[in-house]
Design a protein around this ligand. Structure first.
Ligand code: PMP
Length: 287
């Protein structure tokens, strides 16, 4: 069975699936996207992802391409037809196809593309060792709360991390505070055990994993501070980790050239990862 994609109303073989050359997503990055994790064949936190999709679209004045219930049917059907057990569904909505002109076209229908990707859960070794991040200047626009497909600064930062042998880049604003990672949210645990992550303003994307983990931390009785933290504070932290739909909660053991805490994944990080995973896989099967 070939892997399928959903493109503007049709399920097509992923290989060779195409969009129009005047799609505004292609020409202007005039669109938004979502990555919905799939575990045990089920979409995780689907409603929260659709809430964020609707919000991103509203902020850019792009209509929903179809009703929310229909979007759900399509994504479930695509996951089912692709036999997706573990991985993610990618959805992208652009303003549509129109002759190239910066202004919004008058009558245009939003374009919708969905794909799926089967993935392996994070490896034993990565979880045991933690990952390294580097810090780079945040050169993005001022509406990072919109999940726009305009990801060039994020791609440049991730590539810089890759070339430095690191897994992620933490983006640093002009005032020396960390905003978030190139495709993840950033967290530290202070020496006295307080969890710190930036507040969800227009400065960052309000990660769904972040939203759920804020609740999980409260339920676990941990102290959480939603505020910016500096690179210096991160160097001095006891623990550090990142969150995203494909990483869940991932321990960070090196920031730039420095070890975090004792150089091993932290206790609170491990506790949060387990508690987060338990929100969607209470029977285990995912580490
Ligand atoms: N920040 C940015 C810039 C991202 O691209 C992502 C992932 N899409 C996140 C944070 C994490 O968001 P989520 O937990 O919804 O995957």
């Amino acid at each position: 069975m070939p892997r399928l994609a959903y493109v503007n109303g049709r399920f097509l073989p992923h290989r060779g699936a195409q969009v129009h050359i005047e799609d505004r997503g292609y020409q202007f990055a005039d669109g938004v996207y979502e990555v919905v994790p799939v575990a045990h064949g089920r979409l995780v936190d689907e409603e929260l992802h659709l809430d964020r999709l609707e919000r991103s679209l509203r902020e850019l004045r792009i209509p929903m391409p179809m009703k929310r219930e229909a979007l759900k049917l399509v994504s479930h059907e695509l996951a089912r037809r692709n036999g997706l057990t573990y991985g993610f569904v990618y959805m992208q909505v652009t303003r549509g196809v129109a002759p190239r002109d910066h202004k919004f076209p008058k009558s245009v229908r939003p374009a919708l593309v969905m794909t799926t990707r089967q993935m392996k859960p994070a490896g034993e070794k990565t979880l045991a060792e933690g990952i390294r991040v580097i810090t780079v200047p945040d050169i993005r626009w001022k509406r990072r709360d919109i999940k726009s497909t305009s990801l060039l600064p994020n791609c440049l930062a991730k590539q810089q991390a890759y070339e430095a042998g690191a897994a992620e880049a933490w983006l640093v604003d002009d005032d020396g505070t960390v905003t978030e990672g190139s495709s993840t949210n950033a967290w530290i645990v202070t020496r006295d055990g307080r969890i710190v992550t930036r507040k969800a303003t227009q400065d960052i994307l309000n990660g769904i994993t972040r939203q759920v983990l804020v609740k999980v931390a409260e339920e676990e009785g941990l102290t959480l501070e939603e505020r910016p933290f500096t690179v210096a504070e991160a160097y001095d932290a006891k623990e550090a980790f990142l969150t995203s739909s494909t990483n869940f909660v991932m321990p960070i053991t090196r920031i730039d050239e420095r070890s975090v805490g004792n150089g091993h994944p932290g206790e609170i990080t491990g506790k949060l990862r387990r508690a987060y995973i338990a929100t969607f896989a209470p029977d285990g099967g995912v580490r």
